[in-house]
Design a protein around this ligand. Structure first.
Ligand code: SF4
Ligand code: SF4
Length: 416
């Protein structure tokens, strides 16, 4: 899942507010007020058509003979795939609609992200998955690993073995060996040679993308941020490294840096979201938070800051070592111990000044669920801010209950 991850495309929607009490359309963060014609070429309009843009790009690349490679986790180094001349596309599912199809083969008591992704496979309804020449998976959580086995029965699949003791030196040695094996596999599969030069070129492209997205995320450190968390999460693509996206990122930065944000009263509560990724279409809890008085100033998850915090050293003597280090530093709950997640949260709390932490856990996600106790203690005992855990799935059936809990949290904070 990836940038994180965005399968076959549900709608973006709803309203939310950056500052003050007047909700603004979620896709209007940096589109100005220039009417329909003026807004047609804005970053918001561009990323509002993200799935369509990616589909057009992938279709054209495929027609030119470039392999399409589906990925489903931030541990998969896109740079290697790009250096092989292939196109990495995130396949993570964010739609509730595909879950019933998945449940014909998978247990109901499984993470919705896994089920949604698999449901697209059963229905054959994700055009990127149908186009994929290869799917790259990884040994992260048990649910994903076992789902990949089923997927691999009919789809071309490569599984990276992710060691799980992140601080052990031999774990890094093993991870490096895994990436070298993957490099050789890709060369064979794509009938090409992945030179160090091509790899460094891909690193530069990905570093550029990470830097642009970091700059956008950094805008949320302002006392009155020029966009909402929902708007920020919409400014990215299922396919990384697209030159057309870079143009739009730069345009968005120019527009947002100049944007004036009137905020006389009713300032929203600043929220740091942590936990599971919100694949494209699965942003319901984020919407609820921002519709009920919050502003998500930072998200440490895989659809937020986690994958873009660190770059790859493209000038390192051994680019493979640099690549292995960057990706192995990703603080996912499948690792043990996962101390880097707490370090990242401390850092984000200092920079973004949240008034609370909201921890999103998808139902049946054991690793994030168990880890939530450490996050609660970090928030309450160390950072001295309230903590709220929300465990849910893709169904909107508990939205009213979540809204009540979020409102109660914000009320407590306003009274502090
Ligand atoms: S949360 Fe963990 S398993 Fe999921 S995409 Fe991120 S790194 Fe991969
Ligand atoms: S949210 Fe949890 S259970 Fe779901 S895929 Fe990610 S790590 Fe696995």
């Amino acid at each position: 899942m990836s940038d994180s991850c965005c399968g076959g495309g549900d709608s973006q929607k709803k309203t939310s507010q950056a500052c003050g009490s007047e909700p603004a359309p979620s896709n209007s963060c940096c589109c100005g007020s220039g009417g329909a014609a003026g807004a047609a070429d804005t970053p918001c309009a561009w990323f509002g058509r993200m799935i369509q843009n990616c589909l057009e790009y992938a279709t054209a690349a495929h027609a030119e003979g470039r392999p399409i490679v589906g990925i489903m986790c931030e541990y998969t180094p896109r740079e290697l795939i790009m250096a092989a001349g292939a196109v990495p596309v995130c396949l993570c599912g964010g739609s509730a609609d595909t879950i019933p199809a998945a449940e014909t083969q998978l247990p109901a008591n499984l993470c919705p992200l896994i089920k949604s992704t698999y449901g697209y496979h059963v229905q054959k309804s994700n055009p990127f998955l149908e186009m994929a020449d290869l799917i790259v998976a990884e040994t992260t959580c048990d649910g994903k690993k076992k789902m990949y086995e089923l997927l691999g029965q009919t789809r071309p699949m490569y599984v990276l073995e992710l060691p799980q003791k992140a601080d052990d030196e031999d774990a890094m040695t093993h991870w490096l060996a895994e990436l070298q094996k993957f490099r050789a596999f890709l060369e064979d599969r794509c009938n090409t040679t992945i030179t160090d030069e091509k790899l460094r070129e891909a690193m530069v492209v990905m570093n550029r993308e990470r830097a642009l997205r970091r700059e956008l995320a950094e805008l949320m450190t302002a006392d009155q941020p020029p966009l909402t968390g929902r708007q920020l999460i919409g400014l990215k693509s299922s396919i990384s490294g697209l030159a057309a996206d870079f143009v739009q990122y730069e345009k968005a930065l120019d527009m947002l840096r100049q944007k004036e944000v009137p905020c006389e009263n009713g300032a929203p509560v600043r929220v740091l979201m942590t936990g599971v990724p919100m694949a494209h279409g699965a942003e319901r809890v984020l919407d609820l938070i921002e519709e009920h008085g919050g502003l998500v100033v930072a998200m440490d998850n895989c659809t937020g800051i986690k994958p873009i915090e660190e770059d790859v050293d493209d000038r390192a003597a051994d680019p493979m070592v640099a690549l292995a280090e960057k990706y192995f530093h990703l603080p996912c709950s499948v690792l043990t111990p996962n101390n880097r997640r707490l370090s990242l949260l401390r850092d984000l709390a200092g920079r973004f000044r949240p008034q609370c932490i909201i921890d999103l856990v998808w139902q049946a996600c054991l690793t994030y669920d168990v880890e939530s106790d450490r996050i609660k203690r970090l928030a309450e005992e160390e950072l001295d801010i309230p903590y709220l855990k929300i465990e849910t799935d893709y169904s909107p059936s508990d939205s009213a209950r979540i809204a009540v809990r979020v409102e109660a949290l914000f009320e407590t904070i306003r009274q502090r």
